[in-house]
Design a protein around this ligand. Sequence first.
Ligand code: P6P
Length: 335
Amino acid sequence: MASRTISLTRYLVEQQRIDGLIPGQLRLLLEVVARACKRISQAVNKGAVGDILGAAGSENVQGEMQKKLDIIANEVLIEANEWGGHLAAMASEEMEGIYVVPNRYPQGEYLLLFDPLDGSSNIDVNVSIGTIFSVLKKPEGHPGVTEEDFLQPGSRQVAAGYCVYGPQTTLVLTVGDGVAEFTLDREQGSFILVQENMRIPEDTREFAINMSNMRHWAPPVKRYIDECLAGKDGPRGKDFNMRWIASMVADVHRIITRGGIFMYPWDKREPEKPGKLRLMYEANPMGWLIEQAGGAATNGMQRILDIQPTKLHERVSVILGSKNEVERVTSYHRQ
Ligand code: P6P
């Protein structure tokens, strides 16, 4: 009896054959990223045994203290992707500028952006973390590659996904034809398809936000959360539950799996910054995945994927998840 399991490789080959959405070079890119995620998963799973927990003693471009695993994950993704000939350059949360593929390797037509290990504050306490990635095409018409080539709105992505390093190691990705989920079978060493066409319920009773920031929120966000907290006797007429893992990958995976709304809104602690999360390698890939699964993603005023970036590490306010809830919060911003 032939195996009924479909590996990531077989899924990508079949998708390529069926709808041409995955040209050969993009299929190669996605397989290389998945292989890098497997290696990151092995490193994460070692924990203290691998002497890789704790601070690296350095800061990243965001001014955040780097963990050893942040740097390891970044290096794994760079080394896995630089020689294959599918990329022109990469950009990472952990690096100030872009990483242009060295001349000793062939240059490709894709640009890869990633947050190599999102949720770093959870690494040392054994809570789920993950890798987020986004793929753009290098603009044609000029030789070489510059940072400006990366500054494309999220609607121009050709692939996006994340890998959650949790009780399972799960890869979720889209190339614009719905969202597919793969779980790592460590015995085979392969990502196995477990779900296609993931769908987010349009309504939810579960919100995800860091409540400790409540006093800093803008009125529309405060109004929305107050209504949720008022429960069935309040204007929403139903009780809500709250989850906040402080790992965007884990919160988004829960929402893609069972619905919910995730919010990291602007707040007045740093009024000059539009938000904490990054547009290019957190909000854009997650926003496209959420939309491809039937949800919505805005910054409170406009669709995340329509935002024209002005710099590589641009921050943004993020409201994403179950469509009807995101539309409600966004409508409060417009009143
Ligand atoms: P806070 C992790 O550092 C992260 O970038 C996201 O993964 C997560 O949703 C958010 O920040 C958590 O932020 O302020 O609650 O620690």
